[in-house]
Write a protein that binds this ligand. Structure first.
Ligand SMILES: [Zn+2]
Length: 238
């Protein structure tokens, strides 16, 4: 009896150990690419995915900031391009990315946010990734909803609290609920600017959708819903 119990315990331990390893193994070497227009809630989802899968969230913005702040050779190159008002070439972004993902915390995979933005970048990324498994999550949100989200957004001049005319209006017009401060609208959040930004996004992203769909790794997620529901769908699609 004792021996049987011991064996059962041992088997259970092995079983649990294996499932644990399988979980890790499932996501090891997986690179999650997050595609989504401005205002799609990409940032929110990126944080949640990164936490759930325990993989680092790498955004191009962060790569730039880190390299500039640390004064790396690549950061200095970036600075030269920025100061002369030129676009930073794809290769420099790729090089920064290669350095970043060589770090120990990326060994089980990582999440890319804001990259790639073009086919040229996606092809360059493919060379870097080689044998890694890729999953491209595409957050689909209708332009009408994006425009409402972005153009309707106001923030408090005083405390930074964020409101939205359509989804989260302040109790008193133009007055912050939290501190009675004045609410302001970002000047580049007007409807024409947002429409133009979305047009550029769609023209850049449509080929990327095809690129990843052809590889069979594109997951289209309806982003017009509650963030928790979207997150659940994303995790299910992995
Ligand atoms: Zn306020």
């Amino acid at each position: 009896m004792k021996a049987l119990l011991l064996t059962t315990c041992l088997l259970l331990t092995i079983f649990i150990g294996c499932t644990g390893n399988n979980m890790n193994h499932h996501f090891s070497d997986t690179v999650v690419i997050l595609l989504g227009p401005p205002g799609s809630g990409k940032g929110t989802q990126a944080k949640k995915i990164s936490k759930e899968l325990q993989i680092p969230h790498i955004s191009t913005g962060d790569l730039f900031r880190e390299n500039l702040a640390n004064g790396t050779a690549l950061g200095n190159k970036v600075k030269t391009y920025m100061e002369s008002g030129n676009l930073v070439p794809d290769q420099i972004v790729i090089d920064m990315l290669v350095n970043r993902v060589a770090a120990d915390d990326c060994k089980n995979g990582y999440l890319l946010d804001g990259f790639p933005r073009s086919i040229a970048q996606a092809e360059a990324l493919d060379k870097v990734l080689e044998n890694k498994k890729i999953i491209a999550i595409n957050l689909n949100v209708s332009d009408d909803l994006l425009i409402k989200r972005i153009v309707g957004r106001t923030s408090c001049k005083n405390c930074g609290a964020i409101f939205n005319d359509h989804f989260n209006p302040p109790k008193k017009e133009n007055i912050c609920d939290v501190c009675d401060g004045e609410l302001i609208r970002r000047s580049d959040d007007n409807i024409d600017v947002v429409r133009e930004r979305l047009k550029v996004y769609h023209s850049q992203t449509a080929p990327l959708e095809k690129f990843y769909a052809d590889k069979g790794v594109l997951r289209n997620i309806n982003g017009d819903r509650d963030p928790e529901v979207i997150f659940h769908d994303i995790i299910k699609s992995l």
